[in-house]
Design a protein around this ligand. Sequence first.
Ligand code: PMP
Length: 396
Amino acid sequence: MTTSLPLAARADLLVGSVIDSSTSLLAQQSHDIVRFAMGSPAAEAIPWELLQEVGRSGLGSSSAFDYAATEGEPDLRAALLEMLEGTTDRTTDDRLTITSGGMQGLDLAAKLFIDPGDLVTVESPTYTNGSATALAYQAELAEIEVDAEGMSIDALRAAVDRAGRTPKLIYTVPTFQNPSGTSMSLARRTELLELARSWGSVVLDDDPYGMLRFAGADVPSLHELADGDPLVFSVRTFSKIIAPGLRLGWVDADPSLQTLLINAKQSMDTCANLPAQRLVAGFLQRGYLKDHLATQRTEYRRRKEAMQAALAEHFTGRATWTDPEGGFFLWVSFGDEVDTEELFARALAAGVAYIPGNAFSPGRRFPHDLRLCFASTPTDRIHEGVARLAGAIDQG
Ligand code: PMP
């Protein structure tokens, strides 16, 4: 429905998210559906009993339902610093702002750095909500190809040459990328930082899945490689490692941005949800995260392997797919004969949901690809879902 109200010009640029909308679309379906669409942790991976235990004993009094400090609850900040100690995201208190999920971190970065018409590069495919946020701040987007080693730095250079100007912001999901599942190699990370430095660009380092590695060797985060250089603005979230409904994350940015981040956040939501902050602080203080992550990594590896086995059974010779070493997603590329947007309704009717590739590209570059989330579905259902997908394609 269109409105007759006098909207701001930027309202036209609010493109929304096919991914997020799939939650309500799927909630309206009454038949059995294998859900490879949303990037949610497995229902059984949400540590709700532990969170309940913290809730019963750890929230304190009614003060837990008051406003919190905008930069975040001190207990949570302290527990987070400790949690990051010894990881590639090790940091200091003066760099942290607690946010309402990773999405708010992306919005804060866009709000601080993007003027209308600024060039922002995004990966191709990219995490749509990130590109949509940049668009909402009236950025001009350039899509940069991703291959098995992550964002192509040659393609980035070529895009900047074509544009005739340097990007204000370079948006990347460097590790177990959403949606492709691929990771940027160390060589490319280093090269990216060198280029960004020479251009005076900010690198928006969105890395929600880095702690969910289940194969291969660790690669240092862009945050670590930058070694305190203010050019890297890192966005992190508790959504994938604890639970998305908490809506909690953090920004790790140069201390010179702290006041601006607080000012910007105060005009969004004053503070992140305090009961949720107390829950996560208690969860971390009790040391629950380590075991929780170990269990999740093992299970996600099994699920990825199950999905690859099912894909090999049904699609060998008809499609190719990526082989992620962590995270939630893999990316399937079919030949020209499969239109994944057109296939979606048939697949949904057949009882399987995914996200079509075009949802991950402002220029709609992926009509024959799709994203599958292997993390939220048990292995037997993964086999069933891929079989249903094959059936839906064969009906076409
Ligand atoms: N960035 C990426 C790459 C993501 O995959 C997600 C969640 N799907 C987010 C940011 C947003 O995180 P949150 O749900 O914590 O807002």
